[in-house]
Design a protein around this ligand. Structure first.
Ligand code: CIZ
Length: 318
């Protein structure tokens, strides 16, 4: 009978297998700590996309959610892109399906489509620009002022970008279940209990949360902010997976997560979709070289155009 592996044994096996098979292990900031610990690179969807595009590894194992692994495949189509669990979805992507978005877009024929990366490859193929929360403001600002825009699928990020850019983009009515569910009363209580803490929030959060924030930014920018701030404690409104890197990068700082409305054990907010990936599934995926992302050439070709446009503007400002 096979002996069950301990977590530490499994991590060692993953490290050994990925070396043997020449696999690049990418993990998003919202993945569980054990996976982040052994990944080759941990980052946000923009940073992970760049790593996926430039790798010469034989395969990519993407420990994140489905749309992120799809983006990796689109940017490096010859590589096999493994995803530990194909059901790792996203409430934003699920709330913006191809046929519905196509019908919506047809109502605004003179509008360009700025699409948050949190959507399917098929929906990306209907878009003019892809953005992440780290570059949305810059990309929207690069579009001529007189150009009308549809922004999808996140209404909170869209409203925030409208506010900071002075635009009036038409917003698709979608939201992220994690950022929408912060318990406002618990956040207020945390603020009272920690009067010296700075509040930092992700722009997918509701306006009432953003109005309380000292800093609003993407995951990567939140980590950078905490690192550079002279303050010692921070109330952090985003998915709790970020705490692993934030604590690692900002030793000595007190990081307090904002709980969700659900009365969960961790007093924080977790994305059920990200959490379907486990260390065990990462290991199984390396052994089986499956499951993997499968997209048609046609969808990849169409979706690549707005993704590459995002990279060009972000990197060169054009
Ligand atoms: O872009 C990403 O990776 C997500 C989902 C959030 C962020 O702000 O980085």
């Amino acid at each position: 009978m096979q002996k069950t592996m301990t977590k530490e044994e499994m991590k060692k096996e993953v490290l050994r297998l990925k070396k043997e098979k020449n696999v690049l292990l990418l993990a998003h900031y919202y993945q569980e700590d054990d996976i982040q610990e052994i990944a080759d690179y941990v980052g946000d969807s923009y940073g992970l996309s760049l790593k996926a595009a430039e790798t010469d590894a034989d395969m990519i194992l993407f420990s994140g959610v489905h749309f992120m692994a799809e983006t990796a495949k689109i940017l490096n189509p010859k590589k096999k892109v493994l995803l530990p669990d194909l059901s790792a979805g996203c409430s934003l992507a699920d709330g913006c399906e191809y046929d519905d978005f196509k019908a919506f877009k047809e109502k605004y024929p003179d509008h360009k489509v700025v699409m948050y990366i949190n959507c399917s490859a098929a929906v990306k193929s209907l878009s003019d620009y892809i953005v992440t929360s780290s570059n949305a403001e810059k990309i929207v600002n690069s579009i001529p002022k007189e150009q009308k825009i549809i922004f999808a699928p996140d209404r909170n990020l869209g409203a925030y970008i409208n506010k900071v850019t002075g635009r009036n983009m038409v917003l698709w009515d979608g939201f992220c279940v994690v950022h929408e569910a912060f318990a406002f009363d618990k956040l207020r209580k945390l603020i009272t209990e920690n009067p010296d803490a700075e509040i930092i929030a992700h722009p997918e959060s509701k306006e009432e949360t953003l109005n309380l924030a000292d800093f609003i930014g993407s995951t990567a920018k939140m980590i950078q902010y905490v690192k550079n701030s002279s303050k010692k404690s921070f109330i952090v409104a985003t998915e709790a997976g970020i705490l692993y890197k934030m604590k690692q990068e900002c030793p000595g700082k007190k990081i307090i997560p904002v709980p969700s409305e659900e009365d969960n054990m961790c007093a924080c907010s977790m994305c059920a979709y990200h959490r379907v990936n486990t260390l065990r599934k990462v290991y199984d995926c390396l052994i089986n070289e499956a499951p993997f992302i499968d997209l048609t050439e046609e969808v990849m070709e169409k979706a690549r155009i707005p993704i590459e446009r995002m990279i060009t503007i972000t990197e060169n400002g054009k």
